[in-house]
Design a protein around this ligand. Structure first.
Ligand SMILES: *[C@@H]1O[C@H](CO)[C@@H](O)[C@H](O)[C@H]1NC(C)=O
Ligand SMILES: *[C@@H]1O[C@H](CO)[C@@H](O)[C@H](O)[C@H]1NC(C)=O
Ligand SMILES: *[C@@H]1O[C@H](CO)[C@@H](O)[C@H](O)[C@H]1NC(C)=O
Length: 721
């Protein structure tokens, strides 16, 4: 059979339709610390002896979630007995086991590469054969010991998927109330976090937060009528990364109407009854995070003036993220950071005697415990902590971690992965990845994209990686401390990672913060930033000989130009700069021709915002970058430490149009890279010797002991660049 020119043309058309003429590719990025999170939800019983609550001597701590992915921000549903009939599922636990404990818990889970809300019903049976004092085994009865139901579906959008962060869910009766970030606020640097309600039976979903505003940390009142949130109102986020300085608003859960500000300055509300809210704030005069109580008037208009606010917990320790149970006027549950302790623990606070009772320290002294919640009858406290070891203990690990965790994302031709490290880059063919292992003191590794052939190629603190596009196996990096001043000792080296002796060549010599090397596509030049003039500007040097083989200045001015990437066609260099407001903390993405002409701004995240670390797509038509473009998504105190909790990964066309958000979480995402190979969207696991729980509590909760205990002092101001 012969093909006529027409049929060849038609075949070509057909093929073009199939491939849609854009090649599939992959993005890899970093989320500070997240690969080592292994959160699960636990509970301890509270026994009320006479007037004072305490935790049972025998520490019957039970793990409620299944250890898959990370599970956090739990909630015991109110009026939950109806959930099975509601979901038309048989409640097969009811009859079969009499001497057993059953729990129902709502929580956020990041399993399957996306944030979602789950409901679990878990059964624990007493095991009489284990009869040790102070110990009772919690026997999970195989598959039938757990019913697990995702409460929110993943929708679809233009053939891709809708992804969003979910936060602080609660289920009251038939209605799930939670935070989601799936709607673009439409304004740069304005959070996408908004409160929604979903009827679990019908799936009917309503936005309760007014369009253009952001709400965090919702809590539903015991009657279900009211919802309280932390919100900026109309002022918006100003870049805070510690306390958000939000106010507390109350509205009708039904439809978000009758919204009224009840407290100036507060977050993380919770209700005792429909007129009484507990919340936290950092005290303006003594600096201690403390829990406060707001009593709403029983009659008349509710305004910030008519609401009575009293401080509940004393200065001298940080107390935050309160939890209540309906009608409980005896005690609340809180998280604390005490002077002299490096760990965040859950405690009860006796409202009558004004005394704390430790909950988690006797059970797991060296773990951080987050975000307590109480059972409606006040007999249980729940929280999440890291399963799999103490926090901060090096070398006490084992098992598997995800080297590359696949995340669902809305762009169909790109698969995206979170790497257990930072500053990743792909080899020219995309089959290998170089990255820095943060937990291993910033040492440089290369690994095949399937996780095999992992090799340590540079011992010593380094940052950024880039592969030479022509000379096989050559990787550039900068060696020395990151986030450092213009004069710090940082120099650029080139390593041939395929050499047995892994010797490297120093390309710069002065140690004047020479960093972020990126080769030209013909492999002849390397663009980098240097502080040699007293300011961080961009320079181009010979790729093989380094600065001794010729150097040319690309940008000049009293500001910071940094994080550069060379376009695949060689025509442009993209970089981040604070030149519009030197030293002011804001960064924008610019492009310039390698000959110094054509300078223009591509991405700006509002006024005073950050857009950093641009990287070209393999076809040169788009860039990926990290930014605070979508504001902040949760109260930072509800998470472990993140320097820049607003950091999310975005892509845009090279002219700055068509910005799309790829990641949704309340953590710090950064250092993205874009490779030419499409990695299939599945996790790549790896054995590890390191502990799973190597992360730290918020640095700004650390208490400097020397200065006395009168005032709480920040150990760190957090964000830096
Ligand atoms: C989610 O992941 C689990 C394994 O963790 C797998 O068994 C399940 O099929 C996945 N579900 C979906 C919808 O991909
Ligand atoms: C919970 O159930 C009780 C008794 O059935 C009812 O009075 C109350 O209104 C319910 N609360 C909610 C939030 O549905
Ligand atoms: C600078 O480079 C660009 C792109 O390579 C080119 O279009 C332009 O003509 C060059 N300008 C000068 C003055 O060489």
């Amino acid at each position: 059979m012969k093909y006529s020119p027409t049929s060849v043309f038609l075949l070509l058309l057909l093929f073009m339709n199939f491939c849609n003429c854009s090649l599939k590719s992959s993005i890899v990025f970093t989320t500070l610390g997240r690969s080592r999170y292994k959160f699960d939800i636990y509970t301890l019983p509270i026994t009320t002896t006479q007037s004072s609550p305490s935790i049972s001597q025998h520490h019957h701590e039970l793990k409620l979630t299944d250890g898959v992915s990370v599970n956090f921000n739990g909630h015991f549903p109110t009026n939950s007995t109806s959930i099975f009939s509601l979901l038309k599922k048989p409640n097969f636990f009811e009859s079969s086991f009499s001497s057993s404990e059953k729990f129902e818990v709502i929580y956020v889970s990041e399993r399957n590469g996306t944030s979602s809300v789950f409901f679990d019903s878990v059964l624990f049976a007493d095991d009489d054969s284990v009869n040790r004092p102070g110990y009772r085994s919690a026997l999970e009865i195989g598959v039938s010991g757990r019913v697990q139901i995702p409460l929110l579906g993943v929708g679809s959008e233009n053939g891709g998927v809708t992804v969003s962060m979910k936060d602080r869910p609660s289920l009251v009766g038939e209605v799930l109330v939670y935070v989601s970030t799936h709607e673009n606020s439409g304004v740069p640097r304005t959070s996408w976090a908004a409160v929604y309600s979903t009827h679990v039976l019908t799936g009917l979903t309503r936005r309760l937060t007014p369009v253009g505003m952001a709400d965090f940390s919702p809590a539903v009142s015991p009657s279900g009528i009211f919802t309280a949130v932390a919100s900026y109102g109309e002022e918006g986020w100003g870049g805070d990364v510690e306390e958000l300085g939000t106010d507390i608003y109350v509205f009708l859960t039904r439809d978000g109407s009758d919204r009224v500000k009840v407290v100036e300055h507060g977050g993380w509300p919770c209700w005792v009854d429909d007129r009484t809210i507990y919340f936290h704030r950092r005290d303006g005069s003594d600096g201690w995070w403390s829990v406060y109580k707001a009593s709403l008037p029983r009659v008349g208009r509710v305004t910030t003036e008519s609401v009575l606010v009293e401080r509940v917990t004393p200065p001298g320790l940080h107390v935050f993220t309160p939890a209540t149970s309906p009608g409980n006027v005896e005690f609340i549950a809180v998280a604390t950071r005490r002077p002299g302790s490096n760990y965040r623990h859950i405690e009860l606070f006796d409202l009558k005697n004004k005394q704390f009772k430790e909950v988690t320290r006797p059970v797991s002294p060296h773990n951080h415990h987050f975000n307590p919640f109480m059972s409606p009858d006040g007999t249980r406290v729940g929280y999440h902590k890291c399963t799999g070891g103490d926090n901060g203990e090096k070398g006490k690990g084992g098992g598997q971690i995800l080297l590359l965790e696949n995340l669902k994302n809305p762009v169909a031709d790109v698969s995206i992965f979170r790497i257990d490290g930072s500053f990743p880059s792909f080899s020219p063919t995309g089959d290998r990845i170089a990255y820095l292992a943060d937990l291993d003191d910033g040492f440089l590794y290369v690994v095949d994209h399937d996780g095999s052939n992992k090799k340590l190629v540079h011992k010593g603190m380094a940052f950024t990686t880039a592969w030479d596009p022509v000379r096989k196996g050559v990787v550039y990096t900068s060696v020395g401390p990151n986030f450092a001043s213009e004069s710090s000792k940082v120099d650029i080296i080139a390593i041939n990672v395929d050499d047995d002796d892994l010797s490297y060549k120093k390309l710069t010599h002065g140690g004047e913060n020479n960093a972020f090397p990126e080769p030209s596509p013909d492999g002849k030049w390397v663009v980098f930033r240097s502080g040699r003039s007293g300011h961080k500007n961009l320079y181009i040097m010979d790729a093989e000989e380094g600065e001794t083989g010729g150097i040319q200045r690309l940008t000049e001015g009293p500001w910071s130009d940094t994080m550069c990437d060379w376009s695949p066609n060689g025509e442009w260099i993209a970089f981040a700069s604070d030149r519009d407001n030197p030293g002011g903390g804001s960064f924008e993405v610019f492009m310039i021709h390698p000959n110094g002409t054509g300078l223009h701004k591509v991405i700006q995240s509002g006024l005073g915002g950050r857009a950093n670390h641009p990287w070209f797509s393999p076809d040169g038509k788009r860039i990926v970058f990290t930014s605070d473009y979508s504001g902040i998504s949760a109260e930072p105190i509800s998470n472990p430490h993140h320097y820049q909790p607003y950091g999310e990964i975005f892509i845009a066309n090279v002219d700055g149009s068509g910005i799309r958000r790829l990641t949704h979480n309340s953590f710090e995402d950064g250092t993205p890279t874009w490779g030419p190979m499409f990695l299939s969207p599945v996790d790549v696991a790896q054995p590890t010797k390191e502990a799973k729980c190597l992360f730290e509590d918020c640095h700004w909760l650390n208490i400097k002991k020397k200065l006395g205990l009168k005032t709480a002092v920040d150990a760190s101001t957090g964000a830096q660049c």
